[in-house]
Design a protein. Structure first.
Length: 193
């Protein structure tokens, strides 16, 4: 090919180490900004983005969880609590009058939206000792801790109390702890999601 301008066809200034560092810094900055905006985008307007989580459907082995114990699992960057309830906790949860609750809905995605918050609507049939709930207080998003006045959980931020079925009993929240989608793979193994 003939070069009519008689100028070199390559860039006369070689790429320097500084140029490469600028490119790396710029790329890193764009990636950090995108990662920082992702949670905001997911929470604004109900926008749902595919999670980075490589474990889309985490599995929880139930056999090691002793009666009266809970374990925390992270699913889609949310805390999920799996509780092996005692017979006393189950019996207490079943005697609750829904008229006295701030939220009388089950908040179970596997049931109709207007399903009442009876304990049987917040667990799986045949697996009543196992309660699987989101461990995030619906008031301000704090992670709940075991304790409180109702054999359940307490939110450390504003002292909200939840019973052994995850229903709000006292404090500022107006909703029960939600239930994630999950299924029993075997009698001792659940899959969340």
């Amino acid at each position: 090919m003939v070069n009519p301008t008689k100028q070199p066809l390559i860039d006369p200034e070689p790429t320097t180490r500084r140029d490469i560092l600028y490119i790396i810094a710029g790329t890193t900055g764009v990636m950090a900004a995108a990662a920082g905006l992702r949670p905001l985008a997911e929470n604004v307007g109900g926008l749902h983005l595919t999670p980075f989580d490589p474990f889309e459907h985490p599995r929880v082995e139930l056999a090691p969880i002793a009666e009266g114990q809970s374990v925390r699992v992270i699913w889609r960057r949310q805390t999920v609590l799996v509780r092996h309830r005692t017979q006393r906790e189950i019996a207490t949860a079943r005697t609750v009058d829904l008229k006295g609750l701030p939220d009388a809905l089950a908040r179970n995605p596997q049931l109709p939206a207007d399903a009442p918050a009876h304990d049987v609507n917040r667990t799986k049939p045949g697996h009543e000792p196992w309660l699987v709930i989101f461990g995030i207080c619906p008031h301000r998003g704090c992670v709940v801790e075991p304790g409180g006045d109702y054999f359940g959980w307490i939110c450390p931020c504003h002292t909200a109390h939840f019973d052994s079925s995850g229903r709000v009993r006292a404090g500022p929240p107006r909703q029960n702890l939600g239930i994630p989608p999950y299924r029993f793979v075997t009698d001792t193994l659940i899959e969340i999601g």
